[in-house]
Ligand binder design. Structure first.
Ligand code: SAH
Length: 214
């Protein structure tokens, strides 16, 4: 995994050693279904059940590099999914709060965090477009599902600390674009439009039991 993270980082011109080491030290095979474990150490997005996917390693590197997390920070992640991105963040920050709308994925991710002995990680099942107000403000916020409304959900902007950074894919002109939002003051957020990306949608509301099959 370290070799893959290093070679991807090199080709993407990512220089943050802490980020590369964190992503490279997570055993990605335990985050995907067993049938795909051989492909875990390639730069593929792979199915994790419930119609969701684990992000490509290059995507995790890019987003984590943009987030630029430091050891004393508190981070919010929306879309726990497999928990792979979360595990990398747990190594990089003081605490990470992660929200996932599919209960079964949240349960599995919690189990994986325990198996890896990662602490300072909190996961809840809820609609992440509302954020997690109880522990706000967050120094950094990362959203790993695309806001189809074309807008960054308002509660996430509110829960970002002044001086904080938010990385979020947003639907735009029939495609998706990765946005970096910097909160400069109480009422000023500056947006930068970056890469074209492809994420599963950020779905509002909780998963209805029995409607979505594995
Ligand atoms: N970060 C993940 C990738 C997640 S895929 C990883 O490293 O594997 C996106 C995830 O966002 C899916 O698990 C999906 O269920 C979740 N999701 C979609 N809409 C959501 C919402 N409104 N609130 C919380 N999670 C959501």
């Amino acid at each position: 995994m370290m070799r893959l993270a290093r070679s991807l980082a090199e080709s993407m011109n990512i220089k943050n050693e802490r980020v590369i080491t964190a992503v490279g030290s997570i055993p990605r095979d335990i985050f995907v279904d067993e049938a795909f474990s051989l492909r875990a150490f390639s730069d593929d997005a792979l199915p994790i059940g419930w119609g969701q996917t684990i992000s490509k390693v290059s995507t995790v590197l890019r987003m984590t590099d943009l987030l630029d997390p430091s050891p004393e920070e508190k981070v919010l992640e929306i879309g726990t999914g497999s928990g792979f991105q979360l595990a990398a963040l747990a190594l990089l920050c003081k605490s990470v709060y992660s929200v996932e709308r599919v209960g079964a994925l949240a349960v599995r991710a919690k189990d994986l965090m325990n198996r890896l002995g990662l602490f300072g990680v909190h996961i809840k099942t809820a609609d992440g477009s509302k954020g997690w107000s109880q522990h706000a403000p967050y120094d950094k916020i990362i959203v790993t599902a695309a806001a189809l409304s074309g807008k960054v959900p308002e509660p996430l902007l509110e829960q970002l600390a002044i001086g904080g950074r938010l990385v979020v894919p947003v639907e735009e002109d029939g495609g998706q674009v990765l946005k970096l939002v910097l909160r400069e003051s109480e009422d000023l957020w500056r947006e930068h439009r970056l890469d074209r990306v492809k994420f599963v949608p950020l779905v509002e509301g909780l998963q209805k039991r029995g409607v979505e099959q594995r």
